[in-house]
Design a protein around this ligand. Structure first.
Ligand SMILES: N[C@@H]1[C@@H](O)[C@H](O)[C@@H](COP(=O)(O)O)O[C@@H]1O
Length: 293
């Protein structure tokens, strides 16, 4: 697992958007071999989507051969409700890029048979050969998608009751009224996310600092479902300074960033810092993913 720390939310967003751009372009997707991307909602990825739209407009990325699967959707909220995850995704990303509507997959929280809808979703993911890269955010309680504390780490797409903490956290999108927040959601499972060939998680803000520490410095634990990323062969967490307040080994990451400098995507001052602080040329090359691996 790699941990990348950037100064603030904007830098984190730029880093992840550029990272995904590189992954899609390296993959060279085609009609027959599309790039399959898992996507989250919430406030965390908005900056990533904004940057991805910019990269599309500047001709650096195309979604023509990208197939997407979103993580989750509320149950019972009309699809065209401004806070449905359908509305969110079209407003923040899909309507601004060249993705084909038939390549977009979002769980239908109004399906007549919700269990069947979840089964079909897993089958659709399998039918395209699995997810290449799953981008996720986390809740302050360390949940990924809607896999609330206590969710099985082997869980698949299913109906989930939201934790009261999540309902409170999401009330900000519903006029601050907890009564307006749906109490059920459809969500991919922890195992659905971890089946992806690569998992990238965005974590920003001091209110997520305990979750970040629990998820990467404590053991793998179903009470902090993002901790399952520790077992993933290709897991990446990109976080801001504020979210690292509770980390014990942050200093290692700082030294590492100085060592790798601008080799890494989105890094701007690393080499400059290194040159002024140390004699870079005499140091052995450090693998990019050494700390927290
Ligand atoms: N189901 C979503 C999650 O996928 C998201 O990661 C979380 C955090 O949201 P935010 O990024 O707004 O903090 O909110 C919801 O619970």
């Amino acid at each position: 697992m790699r941990l990348i720390i950037r100064e603030d939310h904007t830098e984190v967003s730029d880093y992840i958007a550029n990272y995904i751009k590189e992954r899609i372009n390296q993959f060279q997707p085609s009609e027959d071999r599309p790039f399959v991307l898992g996507l989250p909602t919430g406030s965390s990825p908005i900056g990533v989507y904004k940057k991805m739209v910019e990269l599309y407009k500047s001709g650096d990325i195309s979604f023509k051969h990208v197939v997407t699967f979103n993580m989750d959707e509320y149950v019972g909220l009309p699809r065209d409700h401004p806070e449905s995850y359908h509305s969110f995704m079209w407003k923040n990303l899909f309507m601004h890029v060249d993705i084909k509507p038939e390549n977009v997959h979002i769980l239908n929280g109004n399906a007549p048979d919700l269990d069947e809808e979840c089964k079909k979703y897993e089958a659709a993911i399998a039918a395209v050969g699995g997810i290449e890269l799953f981008l996720g955010g986390i809740g302050p309680d360390g949940h990924i998608a809607f896999n609330e504390p206590g969710s099985s780490l082997t869980s698949r797409t299913r109906v989930k009751t939201l934790a009261y903490e999540t309902i409170i956290a999401n009330a900000r999108f519903f006029d601050g009224d907890v009564n307006k927040v749906p109490k059920l959601a459809l969500t991919v499972g922890v195992a659905t996310v971890m089946d992806a060939r690569e998992v990238v998680v965005i974590i920003t803000g001091a209110h997520k600092s305990i979750a970040l520490a629990k998820c990467i410095e404590d053991g793998v634990n179903h009470m902090w479902t993002v901790s399952s990323i520790q077992l993933h062969p290709k897991g990446l967490i990109v976080c801001d300074e504020d979210s690292t307040l509770e980390l014990h080994v942050k200093s290692i990451e700082h030294v590492h960033q100085v060592l790798i400098g601008t080799e890494n995507l989105g890094l701007q001052g690393g080499v400059k810092q290194l040159k002024s602080a140390t004699n870079a040329s005499s140091r052995p090359k450090t693998p990019m993913n050494a700390p927290h691996e």
